[in-house]
Design a binder for this molecule. Structure first.
Ligand SMILES: NC(=O)CC[C@H](N)C(=O)O
Length: 273
């Protein structure tokens, strides 16, 4: 009995709790992904009390103006700001990236409340309207390479997606999207935009890993959370994942290079090979 309870204590020590802002958008999909990872509890955040025991927070994709309006109406903006001030890890996907950015263009009239903290300028709807949504296979960034499993490309879903147009010196660019000649014609010849970045405890992606079978972005965020708990700095190039996350990683992937998984083939492709 005594041994059993000691094991339980150990298990709960390693357990981390990730909250996903659940006001609007793709929060259920994120929660389902996190729940596939051992040692991770994932929970919805709808009110300030839900922030209390979290180790990490995700701001999902959806519609950033609507999400900001609901958060304001429910009095959550100051609570989120003070939670973020603690330097705890936050991951913003798509609308969540807009939420985290210090500067945004293409906002609706009157703008929207941004949480800020990420020294970036994002352009809302950079890749066009809903009808222009697409998916692409992008090279796995070297910062994810320590997790050496799965294909060398990851599947990125861009849904009315923003792009990161400018990034400050503290921001590490994890992934870029190379623009086609056609796309460059409307971006004054700019060749690529950033679509995934990390800065201190913040991770931000333009695309939606939670809508694919890809788990490596979720594993990366879990690793950031564990490192933060251990008082460690966020991972830098070439560093191996924390031992706890190595233990938690699934070593098998059903995908193989070049094969599109049969999860959500909903959009046309713009592959950058
Ligand atoms: N899929 C998304 O999260 C789209 C974000 C949307 N373009 C916005 O401004 O909020």
């Amino acid at each position: 009995m005594a041994d059993g309870s000691a094991n339980l204590d150990k298990a709960s020590e390693d357990q981390i709790c990730i909250g996903v802002l659940a006001l609007q958008g793709a929060f259920r999909e994120h929660i389902a992904h996190f729940r596939k990872l051992p040692g991770v509890t994932a929970t919805e955040v709808k009110k300030k009390e839900d922030l209390k025991d979290l180790d990490g927070l995700v701001i999902p994709g959806g519609e950033s103006t609507t999400m900001a309006l609901i958060a304001e109406r429910w009095g959550l903006i100051p609570e989120l700001r003070s939670w973020a001030k603690g330097g705890r890890p936050i991951w913003g996907t798509c609308a969540g990236l807009i939420f985290l950015a210090d500067r945004a263009s293409g906002q609706k009239e009157g703008g929207q409340a941004l949480l800020g903290g990420l020294d970036c300028k994002v352009q809302r709807n950079f890749f066009g309207a809903q009808i222009n949504s697409f998916e692409s296979q992008l090279p796995v960034p070297k910062q994810l390479q320590p997790f050496e499993h799965g294909p060398a490309k990851y599947r990125a879903m861009f849904i009315r997606a923003p792009a990161i147009m400018e990034a400050g010196p503290s921001v590490e660019i994890l992934s870029e999207y190379r623009l086609s000649a056609e796309e460059q014609a409307v971006t004054e010849g700019r060749e690529c935009v950033a679509v995934a970045v990390r800065s201190k405890q913040l991770l931000a992606t333009s695309f939606h890993p939670e809508l694919t079978e890809e788990l490596r972005w979720h594993e990366t965020f879990v690793d950031m959370v564990r490192r933060h708990q251990q008082g460690d700095k966020p991972g830098v190039n070439g560093r191996s994942p924390s031992s706890a996350s190595l233990n938690s990683m699934s070593s098998q992937r059903s995908q193989s290079d070049g094969l599109r998984p049969a999860d959500m083939p909903v959009y046309g492709t713009r592959d950058r090979l």
